[in-house]
Design a protein around this ligand. Structure first.
Ligand code: NAP
Length: 242
């Protein structure tokens, strides 16, 4: 039986995927580790099995207010980018012990193009907004996938960037009113259910694609992120985490 670790497996899409898989699933939430903390993320990696077949990166959280963690990182970036980098990098040896390993990063690839990585101000000291922080994390995640593939060219791990588009996952609870009611209402009408969103994800985890890097927007292939920007993102993250 495959062993699947799902960071963000206690709610929303991650939970729907966790309950659909025929596998030994380790569904992680904030009670297992606070992924906004680099230290807690590293500790968590040390507690996970030494052979993992699939790693799903689904944890995220966002805020209207700029919050800086005790370790000095902007919170949205810490959980959305640094923790995903650490988990993929730290669990690589465990994944490489699997005969058929993969990483599935739930992200915004091929979606809204607005927003960008603020290379000179990653912690968004200037002009923080929920939108700027969320879009920066989205673009940075595109680069994480391409960066992993570029960094470890010989690895058997297949990396999949997957944008599920709008899903009625309950994420409106992060907002204050009246946005909470608006986003919740829009998700009910326009969003796909988390259970349906999880169906193609289960297929990808069960049988990973052959290519070392795949980018899909609700199942449809989209262009791969720029490799030189990806290498730059890896360099910046390494420097940030020193
Ligand atoms: N929903 C959409 O429409 C949509 C669209 C495109 C992309 N995505 C991406 O898909 C992923 C999943 O989305 P979702 O809507 O299903 O998310 P969600 O319902 O908000 O679930 C978030 C998960 O992250 C965990 N989490 C939150 N803060 C944490 C912390 N500090 N430490 C550890 N874990 C923490 C939660 O655990 P607890 O329950 O323990 O707090 C939960 O399991 C996200 O990364 C999102 O960017 C979603």
């Amino acid at each position: 039986m495959r062993t699947v670790v799902i960071a963000g497996g206690t709610r929303g899409i991650g939970r729907a995927l966790a309950t659909s898989l025929d596998a030994d699933v380790i569904a992680l939430g904030s009670a297992d580790a606070d992924l906004t903390s680099v230290r807690e993320t590293r500790d968590l990696i040390g507690r996970l099995p030494d052979r993992i077949d699939a790693l799903v990166l689904s944890a995220g959280s966002f805020s209207r207010r700029r919050i800086v963690t005790a370790e000095g990182h902007e919170r949205t970036f810490a959980i959305g980018v640094l923790a995903r980098y650490l988990l993929a990098d730290g669990l690589r040896p465990a994944l490489e012990r699997s005969p058929d390993p993969m990483i599935l990063n739930l992200c915004g690839v091929g979606g809204i193009r607005a927003g960008h990585v603020h290379w000179d101000d990653l912690t968004l000291t200037r002009g923080y907004s929920l939108f700027a922080a969320t879009m920066q994390v989205a673009r940075a995640n595109d680069l994480l996938g391409a960066g992993f593939a570029g960094e470890y060219p010989g690895t058997p791990i297949r990396y999949v960037l997957y944008n599920p588009l709008f899903v009625d996952s309950g994420m409106h609870v992060h907002f204050d009113q009246p946005m909470r009611a608006l986003v919740g209402g829009a998700a009910k009408v326009l969003g796909m259910s988390a259970r349906r969103a999880a169906e193609p994800l289960k297929a990808l985890v069960d049988v990973p694609p052959a290519d070392c890097l795949t980018a899909l927007r609700r199942g449809v292939a989209v262009p791969l992120p720029d490799a030189s920007d990806a290498a730059r993102m890896y360099d910046v993250i390494r420097t940030t985490l020193k």
